[in-house]
Ligand binder design. Structure first.
Ligand SMILES: Nc1ncnc2c1ncn2[C@@H]1O[C@H](COP(=O)(O)OP(=O)(O)OP(=O)(O)O)[C@@H](O)[C@H]1O
Length: 331
């Protein structure tokens, strides 16, 4: 456009110069006016063009910024979601993600009738833990514990254990529960093997914990043993706290499961008589321990789980492990 205007101006000026020299007619200002008008018009167009370009560039930058902000917000939301889903069981996290902020302080609780509860502790971990300069004021012990717990957590990622939820760790004690799924639809007249399939899975998970710890022991030249207790029954689950929510379970079933662990034997899984009756349907084999005094419950007949009858070899294997652990008994 500038070029066209310039050419036009030059042509006008040349015409004017020719007219001045070749013609006798008087001097005319028409081409000059035209040139000036054209130049002004061109200038106006250039300014307008520049303004439009500037505006569209600005718009483009704004749009890009908005897009980036939207992406950042989506990313943060995704991370927050992942965090919530890591802290809380999936169905609870879904519940919290779906409600409005102001309702977050409301108590979330859910009652379950048929749940399995597992406590697994490392009774000899407290002997191992010490705050000395040789282990960096206890940091190395915590690093080891972190490795063990992380390996236990990893086991829960296997699809076969999808019905098991880690509740928490209390020191070196790992607490997990099975059957905490509100969408699970079982009827009272369903066969035991259907209703309590998750409890059998919890036992399998307990065996996996033993294997995982054995493998860590082999790598680290340690001799940690698990002392476990399992119980089943009704519980109440809920989330405590709004800022740092914690999912937990409460009830007599949990208390007894904890007692089964604390009064148990290193290398053994102690269960109540009622729990053996269910697990026997799945082929698990038990050894009677006898009556033990449980605070607030009187004397309870308890059993040690020795293996699974379906595979005799495995039963022998598990029994061997337990008898080895007898030497390290700590009740
Ligand atoms: N949600 C839970 N998380 C961790 N431990 C639990 C939970 N619920 C119960 N327990 C444990 O179960 C055990 C038995 O509980 P119970 O209420 O029968 O006795 P207690 O008098 O509270 O326990 P303690 O004698 O150990 O103080 C307790 O050691 C308690 O820590």
């Amino acid at each position: 456009m500038v070029v066209v205007a310039a050419v036009q101006c030059c042509m006008n000026l040349m015409m004017l110069w020719k007219l001045q020299h070749n013609s006798d007619q008087g001097y005319t200002w028409e081409p000059v006016c035209l040139s000036v008008e054209l130049s002004l018009f061109t200038l106006l167009l250039i300014t307008l063009n520049r303004q439009t370009e500037k505006t569209s560039r600005l718009l483009y930058l704004w749009r890009r910024e908005v897009e980036e902000q939207r992406e950042r917000a989506a990313d943060i939301r995704q991370r927050n979601e992942a965090l919530v889903y890591n802290i809380l069981p999936q169905h609870v996290a879904t519940h919290f993600m779906g409600i409005r902020r102001k309702k977050h302080e409301e108590l979330y609780s859910q009652s379950y009738e048929e749940i399995g509860v597992l406590f697994a502790s490392m009774p000899n971990f407290s002997d191992f833990y010490s705050e000395e300069s040789v282990n960096n004021q206890g940091l190395e012990c915590l690093r080891f514990l972190n490795e063990v717990i992380s390996d236990f957590d990893q086991l829960l990622e296997a699809t076969q254990f999808h019905d098991i939820i880690k509740i928490k760790t209390i020191g070196s004690t790992y607490m997990a529960a099975s059957g905490l799924n509100p969408s699970r639809q079982v009827k009272e007249d369903d066969p035991v093997k259907v209703r309590w399939a998750h409890l059998a899975l919890l036992v399998d998970f307990a065996f996996e914990l033993v294997r995982a710890l054995q493998s860590i022991n082999e790598q680290s030249f340690n001799h940690f043993v698990l002392r476990m207790g399992i119980n089943h029954g009704p519980i109440t689950a809920g989330v405590i706290g709004a800022r740092k929510p914690h999912y937990d379970i409460w009830g007599n079933t949990v208390n007894v499961a904890s007692r089964m662990e604390s009064t148990g034997k290193a290398g053994c899984i102690q269960v109540t008589e009622e729990t053996t009756k269910i697990l026997q349907h799945f082929g698990y084999v038990f050894e009677q321990r006898g009556l033990i005094a449980v605070k607030g419950k009187g004397e309870l007949m308890t059993y040690y789980l020795v293996g699974k009858a379906a595979s005799p070899q495995q039963v022998n294997g598990e029994s061997l492990d337990y008898s080895r652990a007898d030497d390290e008994t700590k009740t």
